[in-house]
Ligand binder design. Structure first.
Ligand SMILES: Nc1ncnc2c1ncn2[C@@H]1O[C@H](COP(=O)(O)OP(=O)(O)OP(=O)(O)O)[C@@H](O)[C@H]1O
Ligand SMILES: [Mg+2]
Length: 577
């Protein structure tokens, strides 16, 4: 019915105790209220003077007000804690997201992550606000009332007691039905978010393919599916609210009949009978409010479970095996991988038995057919992916590490992918991304080295022009140059990871860019994944990948002499051209 993890949240235990005590007080208020209301009514019935009714009515009014104030007070008490919990949760989710890294986002879907981190937490907030107080009320108030009724007359109390578990069982059954529907609805919701983000990102492709209209109807169908799922949840909610109201009203009627017989037989007097009758609806009330809000909070419950699940995911540990300061990579430094395996799904390894050693300022080319694992290897070298545990060893300068997701390592390289990400910021800020303190002249020099000067001259605000999404667009070649300018600006990072930086550029742009890239190689350890063979001439060493395995490695001359996989690959590519 509710998530037990709820009561394990920080601060919740203390709050639970306070809320429980307040619930007892509320129960007592309800009893006083019923007692004195009945007293007044009985007084009227017995035609007593109005003056005798004033006092019970006054006490009734005080109890009634106290009860309302208690409800307000409980909500006031709850609110800051819910605010804090959801705020903390949002922070934790964001921190976790950074620690889990890009592979988690890729696996889960951007839409999903956005939903969990933003809307999901709002839903959790509603859920916490609604559910905690109601659960506690439901667990306490009925018993306080029941004890009082039992003290007045045990037979009616026994009947009410017997009905309670029946209603609970009934609620659980309907709850399961609703839960199943709500789970489906939540999946539908996530699907819709992912779909939407996916469509936005794929819009250019869809337009080019002339599929945008068709896809629009696809979006319609997905949201239509979500609407139906939502209606299904509401249907169950309506049904169960109706059934619950029906049952409780019926039970109260039965109690009334019992009391009526008691009155006729003279086994009970009017006052206790009236008190019991007035109390009976209040006995069921917490259950009914819980049930009616239960459906409204199912989404929040799912979002809560989702967030808890994400927070419980294991994060890469042992990130400081190389210390926390950037590495001082020098001519004598060394990275070696031996018998390392990597798998995306923990079953089929995507990279098998990697053996490689890189030292000093080597330039290492990584080549292989599409899908052979070049990007996977670059991501493994960057620590964005972690190798299978207990498979092989990785050493940096003789120090064994469990993966390359090392703070020190990651502060020592530049990663330059096919399309470097440009943040929504000025050009200067984008260049100084790794070195926010860099001065204007240093940024200008780096930009000049990266061959950006001519372009910058044409920009209205020069280096201060806003670029990135929602601002001025840049070409693929310019984006690469900005990424290179980052490398020129920060000369302390001595390792460069390139993943096909020129793959989507035309030959002329690539040739120009190559002249800019080559000087960056000086005094750097370079890993350069590429499809384009002319780069191989710039490399000292080449790894040839095939189906996740390094099938050949050596200097270009050695590979030619060996006349194996490298030569075959080269001939295939030349043939393709
Ligand atoms: N996130 C992922 N989950 C599961 N499998 C993946 C994932 N990314 C890549 N793969 C698989 O791993 C293999 C290697 O992919 P990878 O992207 O490393 O190839 P590549 O050599 O870089 O290819 P390309 O030249 O086309 O960029 C492929 O079979 C691919 O399908
Ligand atoms: Mg690739």
């Amino acid at each position: 019915m509710f998530d037990p993890a709820l009561f394990k949240l920080p601060g919740m235990r203390r709050l639970t105790v306070i809320l429980a005590l307040l619930a007892v007080v509320e129960g007592i208020c309800i009893i006083i209220q019923a007692q004195f209301l009945s007293l007044a009514i009985v007084g009227l019935w017995q035609l007593k003077t109005l003056a005798t009714i004033v006092q019970p009515m006054l006490i009734f009014a005080i109890a009634w007000t106290a009860r309302q104030l208690l409800v307000v007070f409980k909500n006031r008490l709850m609110y800051p804690i819910v605010e804090k919990t959801s705020g903390d949760m949002r922070r934790q989710v964001m921190q976790k997201l950074y620690r889990l890294g890009p592979s988690y986002v890729a696996k889960t879907g951007t839409g999903n992550v956005v939903t969990t981190a933003l809307e999901g937490i709002d839903k959790v907030q509603t859920y916490l606000m609604l559910v905690v107080i109601k659960v506690i009320d439901m667990m306490i108030i009925p018993w306080v009332i029941l004890i009082y009724i039992a003290w007045l007359r045990w037979r009616e109390a026994l009947f009410l007691l017997a009905i309670f578990p029946l209603i609970i069982v009934f609620m659980i059954i309907l709850g399961y039905a609703a839960q199943a529907k709500a789970d489906k609805q939540y999946v539908g919701y996530q699907r819709m978010s992912n779909h939407f983000v996916d469509t936005l990102r794929g819009l250019p492709t869809l337009k080019q393919l002339g599929l945008s209209k068709q896809y629009a109807s696809n979006v319609y169908q997905v949201s239509e599916g979500y609407r139906k799922q939502t209606m299904a949840v509401i249907k169950v909610a309506m049904l169960s609210t109706f059934a619950l109201d029906f049952f409780t009203t019926l039970s109260i009627a039965v109690v009334a009949v019992f009391l009526g017989f008691g009155l006729i037989n003279g086994t009970i007097t009017l006052l206790p009978a009236l008190v019991i009758l007035v109390l009976s609806p209040d006995y069921f009330l917490p259950l009914r409010t819980f049930a009616s809000d239960y459906h409204a909070t199912l989404n929040g419950k799912n979002a809560f479970a989702d967030v808890q699940k994400m927070l419980a995911l294991p994060v890469p540990t042992h990130r400081d095996q190389l210390g926390t300061e950037p590495l001082d990579w020098q001519a004598g430094s060394r990275l070696s991988l031996s018998q390392v395996d990597f798998s995306y799904d923990d079953e089929q390894p995507a990279l098998k038995q990697l053996n490689l050693t890189a030292h000093g300022y080597q330039r290492i080319g990584i080549i292989g057919a599409s899908g052979s694992g070049k990007s996977t290897l670059i991501n493994l070298l960057g620590g964005f992916l972690s190798p299978m545990p207990e498979h092989g060893t990785i050493e940096v300068n003789g120090q064994a590490v469990s993966h390359l997701n090392q703070t020190a390592w990651q502060q020592s390289f530049f990663y330059i992918p096919q399309s470097p990400y440009l943040f929504h910021a000025t050009l200067a800020e984008n260049i100084a991304f790794y070195q926010p303190d860099a001065g204007v002249s240093a940024i200008g020099q780096a930009a000049a080295k990266a061959g950006l000067t001519d372009w910058i001259k044409t920009l209205p605000d020069g280096l201060n022009t806003q670029i990135g999404e929602g601002a001025r667009g840049v070409s693929g070649g310019q984006a690469q140059r900005i990424a290179l300018a980052r490398a020129f600006l920060d000369n302390s990072r001595k390792i460069l990871l390139f993943d096909e930086p020129t793959a989507h550029l035309d030959i002329e742009t690539e040739a120009e860019l190559k002249q800019t890239i080559l000087p960056v190689f000086e005094n750097h350890l370079v890993f350069f994944a590429t499809h384009r063979l002319h780069w191989i001439n710039q490399m000292d060493y080449v790894l040839v990948l095939d189906h996740g395995k390094i099938v050949e490695q050596g200097t270009p001359a050695e590979l030619v002499a060996h006349n194996g996989a490298y030569v075959r690959l080269r001939d295939e590519m030349v043939g393709a051209i």
